[in-house]
Design a binder for this molecule. Sequence first.
Ligand code: SF4
Length: 453
Amino acid sequence: MWHTMEMKRFFIKNYGCQMNSYDSSRISDLLVKEKYVQANKITEADIVIFNTCSIREKADEKLFSDLGRARLLKVKAQSAYSDFLIVVTGCVAQLQPERLVEKAPYVDIIIGPREIHRITQCLDEALRHPSAAPKILTDQTNQDKFSCYDEAQSLQQGETSMFLTIQEGCDNFCSYCVVPRTRGREFSRDAADVLKEARQLLSRGTKEIVLLGQNVNSYRGVGLDGKSWNLSRLLFALAELDELKRLRYFTSHPKDLDEGMARAHGEINILAPSLHLPVQSGSDDVLERMNRKYSRADYLGCIDLLRSRRPDMAFSSDFIVGFPGETDNDFQETLRLVETVKFSQAYSFKYSQRPNTAAERMEGQIPENVKSERLTILQEILNFQQDQFNQNCIGRYLEVLITKRGRHENQWNGRSEYSQAVAVEDNSLSAGDLVLVKITDRLSHSLVGVVEK
Ligand code: SF4
């Protein structure tokens, strides 16, 4: 199964967030540039890369069962005198390299998120000098990643919608979160590099760009004028790119939401009127213990500020139930906040203890059954709100970015300005078209409509 040097095949399995998806696509660019070939199935590969997530316990468990399967492929390859490399990148690699070596000693290379641009060098070394000990790279001060990405410009045709990471790392240290330890201190790319990558994406057919950052609205990059630019300044610069039809950004922190961002939503037409703004809880006591650095009133103030500039603005959010010490009344506060904002979409989870976080050591850990009860109650309300939001779109005209063909003949799928999935029947469309659609019906998780001619 071993291929000659120029035929090495790699397979990437991605876990977790959009930033991991972005990193996985850039790893693929780096390898293709070095004449590696992307395999469609893990069984066709000589090199398997797991780009991992460590946000919740379940994510770890999933990885170790996948590693077990990769080990069998490795044993089979080696019995045929073929090399087979297993690489673990991403947040588990950064957070628990020793545990990885202990539980999966057959892993060859372990690389943290800030060092993944060195993957080709590591593969070359491992192929030329197979060694017993895994190679481990977890330095978090390295900021070369993006400049290496720039050199490996993707040769592939761009998707209609593409991610573009502008900021990495987090300095907030919410008491339940491992990200500051897996992704390091906040780092913002220069605006010139972001604009260059945006133009390259647009030149390859992309129409929508989704800016990514752990705290995308704490972006502070060097601007074209040499001064420090924040997110709103960058949004106005990107909005000047003619071919760009839609702009989004992900994930914002309420404490960094400012007047500039409200003005951007009020003045930039291509900026989507939907914002993901994680609140986590509606209780000030819980927000304090989470170290979220804003109060319930601050959060509602952000919503009002944005709606004052863009009345048709919709919000999605993240929630954690069962945080240590969360009382029934705290939980009721969360439900009251949900009723006040009325979210178009939301993600909600039971609190999951993460190693070496402040919350892990907190008193008042909530029993699993109480967490489950609260999650059920919350999700019922959030699902009802999402359904109401979709129901209220019937009869409205939404701007839909067509992304791909649907299952039926002449059917096309796309995304509305509120990120809703929309299906239309029309034989004159193609991917990348931005069309006005009259919404005629809603299904469980999508809308149906007719293209306005
Ligand atoms: S803001 Fe908080 S939850 Fe978000 S990545 Fe940073 S530490 Fe984690």
